[in-house]
Design a protein around this ligand. Structure first.
Ligand code: NAG
Ligand code: NAG
Ligand code: NAG
Ligand code: NAG
Ligand code: NAG
Length: 192
């Protein structure tokens, strides 16, 4: 009896650990592979996934998802003139980000009916976005998609584009404190 309870507890904690992790959709994975193939063809390093950029990309797609694709949406627009960019700071704060750590990043939305993979990729590699994808300063990426919309967020390795949440440092020290306490506790148990 006791062991089945233990099993249930283990299962629950396992599920709990996995809940906040949002699975990437096929469209996102396909696009990331395509983008990195493009980077490789230009002798650039592959973009690594950045969770916080992905959080922000998800928030952006959430904003866009109800807008239909037109010739003034997505890759066809002049960057920064997207409707919906006005509440940018609000969206950033939802991911514990602010302009200080995202300024150098690049946010690139595209609208492609049914997110046809080939068209999605060419909307990035064959539009003005290719200049960002071709830039060595970008090292990380987060992708969000919903409906016909897909948003790519590029991050840099500098503090101004790192997308490191402003409370990450304090969170990290809390975790290490817990580790210390646990260590001490187990050590004490072993002594007696
Ligand atoms: C990439 O590197 C290879 C080998 O160093 C070279 O032959 C090729 O021209 C380079 N391509 C570009 C786009 O720089
Ligand atoms: C967008 O489409 C409309 C109508 O189809 C057209 O009048 C307009 O010139 C187009 N704009 C651009 C930038 O292609
Ligand atoms: C962003 O957050 C950092 C750390 O909390 C703070 O120092 C900085 O002033 C903030 N920047 C803006 C523009 O709010
Ligand atoms: C981007 O996607 C649209 C469909 O929304 C397509 O008509 C257009 O040709 C694509 N642009 C590029 C450069 O691939
Ligand atoms: C990428 O950038 C390099 C150097 O900045 C340039 O030579 C090359 O033509 C660019 N390629 C594309 C596809 O924009």
């Amino acid at each position: 009896m006791a062991s089945s309870w233990l099993h249930l507890l283990l299962l629950l904690s396992f599920l709990g650990m996995n809940l906040p992790v949002k699975c990437d959709t096929d469209e996102e994975d396909t696009l990331l592979q395509g983008l990195n193939k493009y980077r490789r063809s230009l002798n650039l390093t592959a973009l690594t996934k950045n969770e916080n950029a992905e959080c922000f990309a998800d928030e952006m797609t959430d904003k866009f998802k109800n807008q239909p694709c037109t010739n003034t949406t997505g890759a066809n627009t002049v960057p920064g003139t997207e409707p919906g960019f006005s509440d940018y700071p609000d969206l950033l704060s939802k991911c514990h980000l602010n302009v200080s750590n995202t300024r150098d990043g690049s946010v690139m939305p595209a609208c492609v009916p049914n997110l046809v993979p080939g068209l999605v990729l060419s909307n990035y590699t064959m539009s003005q976005y290719s200049q960002s994808l071709n830039d060595t300063k970008f090292t990380g990426v987060g992708i969000g998609s919903e409906g016909d919309w897909i948003v790519v967020v590029l991050t840099t390795s500098t503090p101004e584009g790192s997308f490191v949440p402003y409370n990450a440092a304090s969170l990290l020290s809390k975790i290490s404190l817990i580790h210390h306490l646990l260590f001490w506790f187990i050590g004490a148990l072993l002594m007696f």
